[in-house]
Write a protein that binds this ligand. Structure first.
Ligand code: IMP
Length: 430
């Protein structure tokens, strides 16, 4: 048995969907363990582009178990839509292959409403996806959250909705001066999802552990990226879950010793959506060029992503936090045609240099990148499938990233297609 985890080393959108889809071939079970429909994992199969927000990206393969773990916050309307879409497109032929943890917390309509109202009212906005993620995790921590298992029991569900809406509606009506939600509407709305979720609900922790004991292999699918981690990211401009790989154990109910190979995913450059510090952000024509060449628009919200150069300070920190065994460098082809490519090797504030990101936001916001300028390469790496065929300049760039970050590159992606990939080391081959 060998297991592997895929985790983002930047601010999300690193291209995890493609790699998870690719590695799913080698795994028996694929588990999402945190986040919710704020994620947007894009997979290109032939001329079709699929974006999955909630269901693990392994679902496009037959005969794989896909699990939504207890650490996820699940929006039943998105789940419903995704199941329908996948079935319409000929996937998910076997319902038994998709499992949802009974302990997964639900995103409720008041979570989405409060997420948007709070964002609209903030002077310093976070730039959330508006999917109710923060409020749902808050309720989980406050022990007033509603789990999938609670929805399955009509009486428990109704009691919890009634109790929660007392306080939520007070906020919505009195503080935000908006229309309150009606208890009966919320109950009726969610009743439609009961039969659907009943079909998939399971004690997924037990399921995964039993399968592992029987020698099956697991792929842990991270969402967002390390710099969006609630503890280790650029707080408060982060998401509301732990995105680091340590949480894959907790969010799926397995021992940390099960994780195995940790594949850290980063783009050959950096992007960020939403607000918050981003030291290597490039403004003007060059930033626009990266955005256009890379199609850098949010898969969930459609927002243009902020773009910039590869930041080795951030990547080094993320490698440390995740104990990454190897790297996957994504979208190398986007850097085709650049005469020079900058890599941030450290930060400075005045005369003070930083080799690690400072932890205080006001310090990080002041950091200026110190760049090393590498020569670009002639020709294109687009769709190249073997390392030897890469131009020398591209090889040099990759080697420099390895040196700066301190772990070897296992996978290089040279295009959106499944096959536009160079695999130097397969995480599942031990
Ligand atoms: P939330 O997760 O919707 O609360 O948003 C908090 C921050 O995380 C915002 O800056 C979002 O843009 C960012 N974020 C959340 N999910 C993703 C993702 O999947 N990719 C990139 N950024 C994300």
């Amino acid at each position: 048995m060998s297991n592997a985890a895929v985790v983002g080393l930047q601010w999300g959108d690193e291209g995890k969907g493609k790699i998870i889809d690719m590695l799913s071939r080698h795994a028996d079970i694929i588990v999402r363990y945190q986040g919710g429909a704020n994620a947007g994992h894009t997979i290109v199969v032939g001329n079709k582009k699929m974006v999955l927000h909630l269901i693990p990206s392994g679902i496009l393969h037959e005969n794989k178990y896909c699990v939504i773990g207890n650490g996820v916050v699940l929006d039943p309307s998105v789940f419903d839509e995704e199941v329908r879409d996948l079935k319409e497109q000929g996937y998910m032929k076997d319902d038994e292959k998709l499992l949802v943890s009974a302990q997964t917390h639900l995103i409720m309509p008041y979570h989405k409403k409060l997420d948007s109202l709070r964002e609209a009212g903030m002077t310093k906005k976070i730039g959330t996806t508006g999917r109710g993620i923060g409020p749902a995790y808050e309720d989980r921590a406050s022990r007033i959250g509603i789990r999938v298992v609670d929805l399955l029991d009509k009486k428990t569900f109704a009691e919890k909705v009634r109790e929660n809406l007392k306080v939520k509606n007070f906020l919505i009506k009195r503080y935000y001066k908006q229309e309150p939600l009606k208890v009966r509407d919320v109950i009726a709305d969610y009743a439609q999802y009961r039969p659907l979720l009943k079909k998939y609900v399971e004690d997924t922790s037990l399921f995964i552990n039993e399968k592992m004991r029987a020698g099956k292999s697991v792929l842990f699918e991270g969402a967002q990226g390390t710099l969006l981690d609630i503890d280790h990211g650029s707080y408060p401009f982060v998401t509301s879950s732990n995105t680091v790989v340590g949480h894959s154990a907790c969010g799926s109910g397995v021992s940390p010793s099960s994780i195995g190979y940790v594949l850290g995913i980063c783009k050959a450059y950096t992007t960020r959506v939403g607000e918050g510090p981003f030291p290597t952000e490039v403004f003007g024509a060059q930033g626009d060029l990266i955005r256009e060449k890379g199609g850098e628009y949010g898969a969930t919200t459609g927002r243009p992503r902020r773009c910039g150069w590869f930041d080795a300070v951030v990547a080094r920190r993320a490698v440390m936090l995740n104990g990454a065994t190897g790297l996957a460098i994504m979208k190398l082809d986007v850097l085709d045609g650049f005469e020079t490519i900058d890599v941030c090797v450290k930060y400075k504030v005045g005369r003070k240099a930083y080799s690690q990101p400072p932890l205080a936001l006001h310090d990080l916001s002041k950091c200026e990148p110190v760049y090393e300028s590498l020569e670009g390469w002639k020709g294109s790496v687009k769709d190249v499938r073997s390392y030897d065929e890469l131009p020398d300049g591209a090889k040099k760039y990759l080697r420099r990233i390895e040196e700066l970050v301190g772990v070897p590159i296992s996978i290089i992606s040279t295009g959106a297609e499944r096959d536009s990939t160079i695999v130097l080391r397969n995480p599942f081959s031990g």
